[in-house]
Design a protein around this ligand. Sequence first.
Ligand code: FBP
Length: 548
Amino acid sequence: MTKSALQIARAAYQPKLPKALASGTVKAVAGEATQSVADQEAIKGLFPNTYGMPLITFETAPQTEQLAANVGVILSGGQAPGGHNVISGLFDGIKKLHPQSKLYGFILGPGGLVDHKYMELTADIIDEYRNTGGFDIIGSGRTKLETVEQFEKGYQILKQLDIKALVIIGGDDSNTNACVLAEYYAAKKYGVQVIGCPKTIDGDLKNEMIETSFGFDTACKTYSEMIGNIERDCNSARKYWHFIKLMGRSASHIALECALQTQPNVCVVSEEVEAKEMSLDDVVTSIAKVVAARAEQGNDFGTVLIPEGLIEFIPAVKRLIAELNDFLAANADDFARIKKSQQRDYIISKLSPENAAIYSSLPEGVARQLTLDRDPHGNVQVSLIETEKLLSEMVGRKLAEWKKEGKYKGKFASQHHFFGYEGRCAAPSNFDADYCYSLGFTAAMLIAAGKTGYMSSVRNTTAPAAEWISGGVPITMMMNMERRQGEMKPVIQKALVKLDGAPFKTFTAQRDEWAIQTDYVYPGPIQYFGPTEVCDQPTKTLQLEQEK
Ligand code: FBP
């Protein structure tokens, strides 16, 4: 396999570990018993074996004898930079505890467990993937593990391979399923532990104990490099407004972080749109105002960042999607039989009058995208909705009206971009390389400590890696009850952008200036080698959040 110079140099990088893990041997120290973030009685009832367990912290301790133990690993959901380092950390962790332990990878996500597709991950294979981006070592998938039949089929192969513990590397939905699986195996006394690891570029799997999900750092730095390049181009040509949609299915963390890194003229934050009950027209007007104000100064160019999930946060559209979700879940077969050309009218005839009116007011393409297949977790596939084009088109129309009224005199030409896949498999930054390796190593220690239903946790991440704190958090602690596909289900609470949080407040304190002035920042590409202030900086989000 041909390798780039960077790949060769990067293979030799030794990720940094928290001091306790680097010392070689640890003991698990139990903290206080935990409770779920909400709906305690309901969650306790659903997870009698894995509810209320204590927080765990690892501290240096003398070596204790360990038996060899085989471990399975699954990569679940969208790719995120650093997944390979979680696996290499896990591999090194279990081998350190006992050289005879084996690591098996299930192929193409949770489906590999159910279909018994796996491979043993040997030292040679692991070495090929250290510090690389992507999930290609075993592939990923979005199969939802939720039925007893799947759990039992999984158990068959786990038993056959003598696997003692399964590590599921995934986002909020996948970790919710990891917890359900942990509970099931514990209830059945199958002797298989299940450990989760917090993955998602979206940055929305975080809480008191999970400071950030891995991949967010690298993805945001990659997008920010590209946004900075576009800003420089637009400040050079001075003729285009660039509408840039950024991945992040629900929360606007990616858009906000990129805004903090690059200082664009506009960044829409979905959570604010929802809180202020803004309509689509309000969002369009707010962008058009910035375009008009810059035109007054002769600046017919700019950059607008748009979070991928925006459409679902516009309260009226959100209500429409909620009704559509329930309706489509209950009438999937009927809907599939309707001819494409008649689907729009069919939906309109079935919706409540208020939602039917909103549905009919949406451009046809966007309306159709709202009825496309949900992902296996029941989510609208927002990455397929071209919000960047929708907004620029509507801003263009608004400006044309204002021109007629003599309120706007500029020229408006737009370019569209969608940054998502460009960053999901980037070579992990030093932060993600170190963080992921530590998460994987911690997972190995949780397994050795006999834990199940825990998520690997590494905290104090704005300090140098040696001072990071490694441990485990019971997954039930992060859960609440939410309506999914028409039913109330226990799920990990998604962390949205907090409007009273430091990252958003820092943004709002400066955004009016950024809107009018051309105050762009050009972060440049991720640096893997060089001074620590260039190579090892965590995201601005993390720095601001931890500043408290
Ligand atoms: P995860 O929650 O699985 O990490 O999803 C990350 C993500 O990149 C979202 O930002 C995006 O909406 C989605 O995956 C796209 O998924 P796919 O590539 O499967 O369509």
